[in-house]
Design a protein around this ligand. Structure first.
Ligand code: R5P
Length: 298
């Protein structure tokens, strides 16, 4: 097995190769004068099992992934790991004429049948994986966040886990329940791409004076977390921590969250940043060694 790290997953790719004690294949990425991306796999992968690791956070990440899959044609087997599958939030036609973005992405990467298996991590809605006509498996980073939070709790006061909306309830449960931590969710209404509203309401658990970890699958503009933090602070919560799987942190997300009273931000390395305190490298490595450890989408 040889690991090919894409433009968006360089450190994670290296970590996965280290976990598996296998070769990390160096690639060349540069741009032509007109801005087009040039991609070349520099190592020899002929007859090998090539594992391409590339998150899709942007249009150019998708182009790099398509190029890597094309460049890997001499491999005997191609596995693609997309730690952060962007475009997954536009998974239906909300207004007439809209693209179902995740379907378009799925079609583009599976159309020529070059890939044998696809791994994704905590997709926004697993139901959308039916657009990928390939052996598709989902990895769950929630236990890793749960373990980190448990370790954190040993150094701070007891924590409770809060999801900022109903969509985060499975994640909140998966993070909290194995460690016996209390959890609940707030109720969010999205006003625009950047603004959300959360109504103050009674939670089923006491948060007064307790430290809180707000968990979400994605943090993008930080609007959801900032609003959740503000509401929880109004209810006399103690320190507020934030943990997410995919930390996109666009625009002024970090400042927005800190300004709303967040004390610490934790994310995994599906999207690499300063806040990637939890690595999914072991999770991916285990799945590559034993595919049945990942949830297959049927
Ligand atoms: C939405 O359904 C997701 O789970 C996140 O809550 C959302 O993407 C966060 O976005 P933002 O950080 O821009 O509020």
């Amino acid at each position: 097995m040889k690991i090919i790290p894409g433009t968006a997953s360089q450190i994670l790719g290296a970590r996965i190769a280290a976990e598996l004690n296998c070769e990390l294949v160096l690639c060349e990425y540069r741009r032509f004068p007109d801005g087009e991306l040039y991609t070349r796999i520099r190592g020899d992968i002929e007859g090998e099992h090539a594992v391409i690791v590339q998150s899709i956070r942007s249009d150019s990440d998708l182009v790099a992934l398509l190029q890597l899959m094309d460049a890997a044609e001499d491999a005997s087997k191609i596995t693609v790991v997309i730690p952060y599958l962007g475009y997954a939030r536009q998974d239906k036609r909300f207004k007439p004429g809209e693209a179902i973005s995740i379907r378009a992405i799925a079609r583009s990467i599976t159309i020529n049948g070059t890939m044998d298996t696809l791994y994704v991590v905590n997709v926004h809605d697993p139901a959308e994986l039916h657009y990928f006509e390939v052996d598709c498996r989902e990895l769950d980073a929630a236990p890793l966040l749960g373990d980190y939070i448990r370790g954190m709790e040993k150094q701070t006061a007891p924590v409770v886990v809060i999801g900022p909306d109903e969509g985060a309830s499975d994640l909140a449960r998966a993070v909290a329940a194995p460690h016996g931590l209390d959890f609940d969710v707030l109720h969010k209404r999205r006003l625009s791409g950047e603004e959300v509203e959360i109504e103050p309401e009674e939670l089923s658990i006491t948060i007064e004076g307790k430290n809180i970890v707000i968990v979400d699958d994605i943090i993008s503009t930080g609007g959801t977390i900032a609003e959740a933090s503000r509401i929880l602070k109004e209810q006399n919560a103690g320190d507020i921590y934030v943990a997410c799987v995919h930390g996109l942190f666009v625009q002024n997300a970090i400042l927005r969250m800190l300004h709303a009273g967040v004390r610490e931000i934790i994310s995994t390395d599906t999207v690499e940043s300063l806040f990637s305190r939890v690595s999914i490298s072991k999770l991916v490595a285990n799945a590559l060694l034993s595919p049945s450890s990942a949830t297959a989408f049927k």
